[in-house]
Design a protein around this ligand. Sequence first.
Ligand SMILES: *[C@@H]1O[C@H](CO)[C@@H](O)[C@H](O)[C@H]1NC(C)=O
Ligand SMILES: *[C@@H]1O[C@H](CO)[C@@H](O)[C@H](O)[C@H]1NC(C)=O
Ligand SMILES: *[C@@H]1O[C@H](CO)[C@@H](O)[C@H](O)[C@H]1NC(C)=O
Ligand SMILES: *[C@@H]1O[C@H](CO)[C@@H](O)[C@H](O)[C@H]1NC(C)=O
Length: 409
Amino acid sequence: MMHRSAFLLVAAIISLDVSAAPSTPTFKFYGVNEAAANFGTELPGQYGVDYTWPNPDSIKNFTGQGFNTIRIGIQMERLTPDGLTAKFDQDYLGNLTSTVDLVTSQGAYALIDPHNYGRFYNEIINSTADFGTWWTNVASLFKENELVMFDVNNEFWGMNTSHVFAMNQAAINAIRAAGATSQYITPEGNQWTSAWGWTNIPGQDGVTNGQVMGDLVDPSNKLVYQMHHYLNSDGSGNDDSCVSATVGSDRLKATTTWLRDNKKVAFIGEFAGGVNDVCVSAVKDMLNYMNSNSDVWLGFTWWAAGPWWGPTHYNSIEPGEGIAYDTYVPILRSAANGEIFAPPPPSSTTTTDVSSSSSTSPPTASPTLWGKCGGVGWDGPTNCPGGSCCVPQNQWYWQCVLDCPTTTA
Ligand SMILES: *[C@@H]1O[C@H](CO)[C@@H](O)[C@H](O)[C@H]1NC(C)=O
Ligand SMILES: *[C@@H]1O[C@H](CO)[C@@H](O)[C@H](O)[C@H]1NC(C)=O
Ligand SMILES: *[C@@H]1O[C@H](CO)[C@@H](O)[C@H](O)[C@H]1NC(C)=O
Ligand SMILES: *[C@@H]1O[C@H](CO)[C@@H](O)[C@H](O)[C@H]1NC(C)=O
């Protein structure tokens, strides 16, 4: 552990450097998630019913404004429905390839995100060999395109961290052996790859990401650790509140030290805040902090755009309809161009008392379409409006959606 005074000194020197040249872009990766082909829980599911693909105009809208990284969610079961080592569904693969090609033809990075939580058909993947074969097969297809990036897997949780380490190492070995040697790989950690919990939230084996993930080996030396960072009370992103105007930077500090101590770099693959004063201040403060520590923080992708992400979802920046677009797209662009935002006026820096935040007193009104209706710790009502169903999007977040499961109990 670095002494706190030494840490502050280093931080001060770095922030001086950055503010001396505020117009220099500091982030290598900045962009957005396209949540579309990973959508829904029906597996493998049907195009147009359970999932869709990103709108090409949405991708061009972002790349046209200088966003240079698009994280493309997919489901592994839709790409290889018959098993991890089985052949591709050529139709799904064709749509993935055209989406990737569109992104990279705009000069942007296409980050392929198997949005699977370390699971296949909802069961934990235990075979690192089969997982490696899946990645060999996928990486072989994209090895000539240097703008493709490989996301090992979205948000492992509920397993041994030593297993997550082994899954990451198997994917890295497989991707490099397939001949994809020039591309970036983003390993993810256990327990939702939380940036806040990286060094202190253990997996089932009592091991934290910080204890082991620094030992991953990449012969190409192009690992960018991917972490997720939501600013509400439990860090889940399940509601539009932010704990305080400085929660984003406060919760990154320990991990920043870990990255520097271990000589690693990272980026925030998911984060968001609602359209309210505390969150706007918190997002700006978080981006300021990352800008001031851009030796280890290489950038971010906002969660999320996507045609079905719901125009009214609090963090949607789908062009032309997402309610967070007008507020957050200009902020992300400015941050990417090196702007250090002014501190917020004193009133909005006041720390919200966590004990009185909305998460401890869930709403009593019925959920609306696209609203939250369940998940770990949820005491609110679960009755979705007619025609929609309450479907788990992950362990923490059940949502009222129109694509109701077709299987009967
Ligand atoms: C791929 O996209 C086309 C529309 O562009 C659609 O007709 C087709 O069903 C899609 N297939 C899959 C598996 O995504
Ligand atoms: C992997 O192991 C876990 C824990 O033992 C088990 O719950 C899971 O079903 C296994 N996965 C498969 C695909 O067999
Ligand atoms: C997880 O780790 C514990 C402790 O090291 C071990 O006993 C257990 O067998 C592991 N579980 C699996 C599914 O590998
Ligand atoms: C992106 O979409 C917004 C909102 O619809 C629009 O105002 C803007 O002109 C678009 N920009 C580009 C580059 O397409």
